[in-house]
Design a protein around this ligand. Structure first.
Ligand SMILES: NC(=O)c1ccc[n+]([C@@H]2O[C@H](COP(=O)([O-])OP(=O)(O)OC[C@H]3O[C@@H](n4cnc5c(N)ncnc54)[C@H](O)[C@@H]3O)[C@@H](O)[C@H]2O)c1
Length: 289
C-alpha cells in the first residue's frame, strides 16, 4: 500500500469513529439566546438530523422559523417552557422520540445569574443581610439540577432505544452513540458576588465526571466547557461600564467572546470522540484576587 493510501485509510478510520451528527437528534436548552442559540444553529448547520430548541421565551418559535428558512430544511423544533419542570422535560423527549427518534445529544445551556455578595453589612449599624436562600435555591434549580436532569434523560433515551433494539453494552467497534456537553463557567473556580452561580457551575463538574463514567456503558460521552465572558444578554446586563472596567482588563483577548466561538468549541467537543473532561474557552480571563 502506498503512503498516500495508508494516510487515506487512517483518515477514514478516524472519521468512522466520529459521532455521526446526521443520524442524531439533539436538544439544546436556553436556545432562544446567546450560547444556546448559537450552538443549536451550529449543530443544525453541521447536519444534525433534528434539534429540539427549548426556552422559556416566546422568541424560541421565531428563531426556529428563521433558522429553518436559513437552513433550507425543517431541522429546528421549538418547545417553550421552563427547564426545571419535569413534565415539560418528559414531553419534549417523548415528542422528539415519537416523531424523529431518541434524543442522543444534549447541550443544556439555559441559565441565569443572581449576583450579590453572600453577606452585606451595614457599616454604621453592623447589621448583616444574607444572600436570600430562595434565590439561591432557584439558581441551583435552573443552573445545576435542570442541566443534570436533561442530561440524565438523554442517557435514558439512548439506553431505552438500545434495549428496544436488543443492543447491550456499547462496543468500541460501534460509533459513539451520543454526547452531553454541560456549560460550566470560569466562575466555577470562584467569583466575587456569585456564590449561587459559582456553586451551580462547580457542581456541574461533579455531574460531568460521574456521568462520563456511567453513560459510556450506553455509548454516550459527557464533557463540560467553561466559557469566559461571552457577548450575550446575560453579560450585557452587567452594563457596558462594568464590562470595560472589570471584565476586559482581565481578559487577554481584550474583547468579549462571540457566542459562535463557544458554539464552535462545543461542536468540536461533540464530534471529536477523543475529547473528554473539561475545556476552558475563556479568552485568557483571570480574576483579580
Ligand atoms: N455569557 C457568558 O459569559 C457565559 C459564561 C460562562 C457560562 N455561561 C453559561 O452559558 C449558558 C448560556 O448563557 P448565555 O450567556 O447565552 O445567556 P442568555 O441570557 O443569552 O441565554 C440564556 C437563555 O436561557 C433561557 N432560560 C433561563 N432560564 C430558563 C428556564 N428556567 N427555562 C427555560 N429557559 C431558560 C433564557 O430565556 C435565555 O434564552 C448559561 O448556562 C450560562 O451560565 C455564559
Amino acid at each position: 500500500m502506498s503512503q498516500g493510501n495508508g494516510h487515506k485509510q487512517f483518515l477514514s478510520d478516524w472519521e468512522d469513529r466520529r459521532l455521526d451528527l446526521t443520524t442524531k437528534v439533539a436538544v439544546v436548552t436556553g436556545a432562544a439566546s446567546g450560547i444556546g442559540r448559537a450552538t443549536a444553529f451550529a449543530l443544525a448547520q453541521k447536519g444534525a438530523k433534528k434539534v429540539a430548541l427549548v426556552d422559556q421565551m416566546d422568541a424560541i418559535k421565531t428563531f426556529a422559523e428563521q433558522a429553518n428558512e436559513n437552513l433550507g430544511r425543517e431541522a429546528m423544533v421549538p418547545f417553550q417552557g421552563d427547564v426545571t419542570n419535569a413534565e415539560f422535560r418528559h414531553s419534549v423527549f417523548e415528542e422528539m422520540r415519537s416523531k424523529h427518534g431518541p434524543i442522543s445529544i444534549c447541550v443544556p445551556a439555559a441559565g441565569f445569574t443572581a449576583d450579590r455578595l453572600a453577606v452585606k453589612m451595614d457599616r454604621e449599624t453592623g447589621e448583616t443581610d444574607l444572600y436570600p436562600i430562595d434565590l439561591f435555591e432557584r439558581v441551583i434549580a435552573v443552573d445545576l439540577t435542570a442541566p443534570i436532569f436533561w442530561a440524565i434523560e438523554t442517557v435514558a433515551s439512548v439506553a431505552r432505544d438500545r434495549h428496544e433494539n436488543e443492543i447491550k453494552r456499547w462496543n468500541p467497534d460501534e460509533r459513539v452513540q451520543g454526547c452531553i456537553i454541560f456549560i460550566g463557567s470560569v466562575s466555577s473556580a470562584g467569583n466575587k458576588g456569585q456564590v449561587s452561580y459559582a456553586t451551580a457551575k462547580a457542581g456541574l463538574e461533579g455531574a460531568q465526571a460521574t456521568l462520563a463514567t456511567e453513560a459510556i456503558f450506553h455509548g454516550v460521552r459527557c464533557a463540560i466547557i467553561h466559557p469566559g465572558f461571552t457577548d450575550t444578554a446575560m453579560v450585557r446586563s452587567m452594563g457596558d461600564s462594568y464590562i470595560t472596567e472589570h471584565v476586559l482588563p482581565q481578559t487577554q483577548l481584550k474583547r468579549l467572546i462571540r457566542p459562535e466561538e463557544i458554539a464552535d468549541a462545543i461542536c468540536f467537543m461533540i464530534r471529536n470522540s477523543s475529547v473528554s473532561g473539561e475545556l476552558w474557552a475563556d479568552a485568557g480571563w483571570h480574576p483579580v484576587a
